[in-house]
Design a protein around this ligand. Structure first.
Ligand SMILES: *Cc1c(COP(=O)(O)O)cnc(C)c1O
Length: 365
């Protein structure tokens, strides 16, 4: 039985297609292509849902990170702590605005930024901001990171690109005092028909800066801007999908619990049970003993038409364009390459999960 990694067909089912066609047709008739009525509607509803006073749509998740840094007046000459394991964009955003990334090591279980490593790195470097990532949808330890950053006045930007549905310290991601950024790239839990992103914050002045920057400086904040507007079509798609997202995230939790159950007696490392409730399960990663075993398992599953992805094959410090930046990366380097993400989408059934578990067992024996 083939088990696909993503499933965009069921996500965009018949009634969704009909609704979206009607919306697109109206957008064409109205000629309201950029920042239309659904932009405002989605911003309002998504902000409330996530517990943020302000929600501002932007063009993509990377822009969201860059503009969030600018809202904190981070730029050339500043150092920003980023986790050693993350998607490229987190470190890229820091470089794009002229600041320097400093790697903070990660927790060996969750792969999220480690507060103890942050403390050590802060002794060596003057850190001006940090960008913890809720990687795979697992909640980064924000309270513990705040305990380190708050006394030093260091702002935190939470990269929640993979985390729509994640609960951070018991509350929906977006509820903290920090700026929180989202990506709505098509593979994310809540996704557009292309690129879109959002910045959530509680602070009026930060919101005003974001509004000004995203639309060429047209706003109250007297800032040089850029174009990071969100298309009306993307907002219309997001607004429709918002109605279904909780059900889909609930399915992801059930699937993660099923995987945990089916894999618990096998010689692979799974995420601890307490994450079942708090993670958005954007991805379901397991850890293998080493890179060779991960490659072997991936090849075996591929031969059985089971889709997997090795997020992430290298630590950030091992990426060519990012090598040379400083910080700590011991755990990140150890984890990189031996984590494998199994098929994860809201439409997997118990039979799919059993099939994946059976083939993992076949490979290990
Ligand atoms: C997807 C992603 C981004 C970037 O989002 P884009 O919309 O592709 O720019 C940033 N950080 C993380 C952790 C991501 O997964």
């Amino acid at each position: 039985m083939a088990v696909s990694f993503y499933n965009f067909t069921d996500l965009h089912h018949k009634s969704f297609r009909d609704d979206i066609k009607a919306r697109l047709s109206k957008i064409i008739d109205d000629g309201s292509f950029v920042e239309g009525e659904f932009n405002g509607k989605f911003e309002k509803e998504f902000g409330v849902k996530q517990g943020a006073k302000h929600c501002l749509l932007v063009a993509n998740g990377t822009d969201a990170l860059e503009i969030a840094l600018q809202a904190h007046n981070i730029g050339p000459g500043h150092k920003v702590g980023v986790p050693g394991i993350t998607f490229y964009a987190t470190a890229e955003a820091v470089l794009n605005i002229g600041a320097e990334p400093v790697f903070i090591d990660v927790d060996p279980v969750s792969a999220c930024m480690c507060p103890e490593s942050l403390k050590r790195v802060m002794k060596e470097h003057k850190i001006d901001a940090i960008m913890p990532v809720h990687i795979y949808g697992l909640p980064a330890p924000i309270k513990a990171l705040e305990a380190v950053c708050d006394p030093a006045g260091i702002p935190i930007i939470e990269d929640a690109a993979q985390a729509q549905g994640t609960m951070v310290d018991g509350k929906p991601v977006g509820s903290t005092k920090n700026i929180v950024t989202f990506s709505f790239y098509p593979t994310k839990n809540l996704s557009a028909f292309g690129d879109a992103g959002a910045i959530l914050c509680q602070d009026d002045e930060q919101a005003s800066i974001v509004k000004t920057i995203r639309n060429h400086g047209r706003g109250d904040a007297n800032r040089l801007g850029r174009n990071s507007r969100c298309d009306h079509m993307q907002a219309a798609v997001l607004d429709l999908k918002l109605k279904e997202i909780d059900g889909y995230n609930q399915s992801r939790k059930k699937i993660a619990a099923m995987y945990n159950e089916e894999l618990k007696d096998l010689a692979v490392e799974i995420m601890p049970a307490h994450f079942v409730e708090s993670s958005s399960w954007h991805l379901y990663p397991i850890k293998l003993a080493n890179v060779e075993q991960r490659i072997g398992l991936q090849d075996h599953l591929k031969s059985k038409s089971i889709g997997t992805t090795p997020f992430y094959e290298r630590a950030m410090s091992q990426e060519k364009a990012l090598g040379g930046y400083k910080g700590e990366d011991k755990v990140a380097k150890d984890l990189a390459g031996r984590m494998l993400c199994l098929p994860m989408n809201p439409f997997l059934t118990k039979d799919h999960i059993k099939e994946v578990a059976k083939e993992i067992a076949n490979f290990l024996n």
